[in-house]
Design a protein around this ligand. Structure first.
Ligand code: ZN
Ligand code: ZN
Length: 355
């Protein structure tokens, strides 16, 4: 094979605010690995953070991006479950396979876990080699019929939202309040609706994002924090009882406190989004939890079985993924894509080879 055939285009993160699109060696498909040709890779909030600030698990130069859909390009020796051209998506977390969390399938909680797009090379490139450990834990998931690559690229964030909501046990009759109208907040709204929630309230301060949410059938009420106090408004909307479920899908300690204040008795609260490392302590009136019998849950990443459910929800149309994707860019314009995602003018931004 000629030398140039062994190269691929990739967006290489070289340090905060430094990313260049260039030719790099195409990864080999070694024993036990699967080489995937990337068709779509969505921009995650963590990609934005890595681009601007770096991250301890990402050592530059490195290819990031973990919301990946593509086709199998090659299978390594010893891999028999896949064939060329099969459309697939990839589970991000790669566990050690031995610890108690991995044994239970919770690879996202593995203390020595690694991840695609962090420790391993990611999807902002023409190809990604799925490491042997990931292939072994069946991280390469075949796409069902009726799902596009773009839609499949947002299976990863949706699976994370499923992980968050698995704790919340949303059922018909529930009022669900969601803080944050970004892509993650909107996915939570879609999931809550699919789970039968009776009323979904979305809270944000971005006029663009509130505008985008206005004609969404999964949202019943919008609270504009610039104009009204979310605690007062939600209590008013619920005749003083509060919301059965509150999900904080924005990195705001204040929103976390408000979520506790607006939770109904026996309410379930998800601190879905993490806070910045420098600012992760909040003031918490623990009596609210005590007297109202509130449960507070965390959520971090997701595991394989939740990806399968996310795939099913999107391919069946129960979650309308296309409505969550507002911008598409070719790999060459990765920096513009990240800036667009950060600006909050839209929802999900996807790097696709079809633009
Ligand atoms: Zn993500
Ligand atoms: Zn483990």
């Amino acid at each position: 094979m000629e030398q140039r055939d062994r190269l691929m285009k990739a967006a290489v993160f070289e340090g905060p605010e430094r990313m260049s699109v260039k030719q790099v060696p195409r990864p080999e498909c070694r024993m036990g690995e699967v080489l995937v040709k990337v068709k779509a890779c969505a921009v995650c909030g963590t990609d934005i953070r890595i681009y601007y600030h770096g991250q301890k698990n990402v050592i530059p130069p490195h290819i990031i991006g973990h919301e990946i859909a593509g086709i199998v390009a090659e299978v390594g020796e010893g891999v028999s479950d896949y064939e060329a051209d099969e459309p697939v998506t990839l589970v991000t977390s790669v566990g050690c396979g031995k610890c108690k969390y991995c044994q239970m399938g919770y690879v996202n909680l593995c203390p020595s876990g690694k991840a695609l797009g962090y420790f391993y090379s990611g999807g902002f490139a023409q190809y990604i080699a799925v490491p042997r450990e990931a292939v072994r834990q069946e991280s390469v998931l075949k796409l069902p019929q009726g799902i596009s690559f773009e839609e499949a690229s947002i299976v990863e964030p949706l699976s994370c939202c499923i992980n968050g909501q698995d704790y919340l046990k949303i059922e018909p009759g529930d009022t669900v309040a969601i803080f944050g109208a970004g892509p993650i907040g909107r996915m939570h709204a879609e999931l809550a609706r699919a789970g039968g929630a009776s009323r979904i309230i979305l809270i944000d301060l971005s006029p663009q994002r509130l505008q985008l949410a206005r004609d969404c059938s999964s949202i019943d009420c919008i609270v504009d924090v610039e104009r009204e106090d979310p605690v007062e408004k939600i209590l008013e909307l619920t005749q003083g009882e509060g919301a059965d479920v509150a999900i904080v899908a924005c990195s705001s300690g204040k929103a976390q406190q408000q979520a506790l204040q607006i939770a109904a008795k026996k309410g379930r609260v998800s601190f879905f989004a993490g806070l910045s490392k420098q600012n992760s302590t909040i003031e918490l009136d623990s009596n609210i939890i005590h007297y109202k019998e509130i449960s507070v849950f965390g959520a971090f990443a997701s595991y394989r079985e939740q990806y399968l459910r996310a795939l099913e929800l999107i391919s069946s149309g129960k979650v309308k993924a296309m409505g969550l994707i507002t911008h598409r860019f070719p790999l060459d314009r990765i920096v513009e894509a990240i800036e667009t995602a950060k600006s909050g003018i839209g929802l999900k931004v996807v790097i696709t080879d079809e633009t």
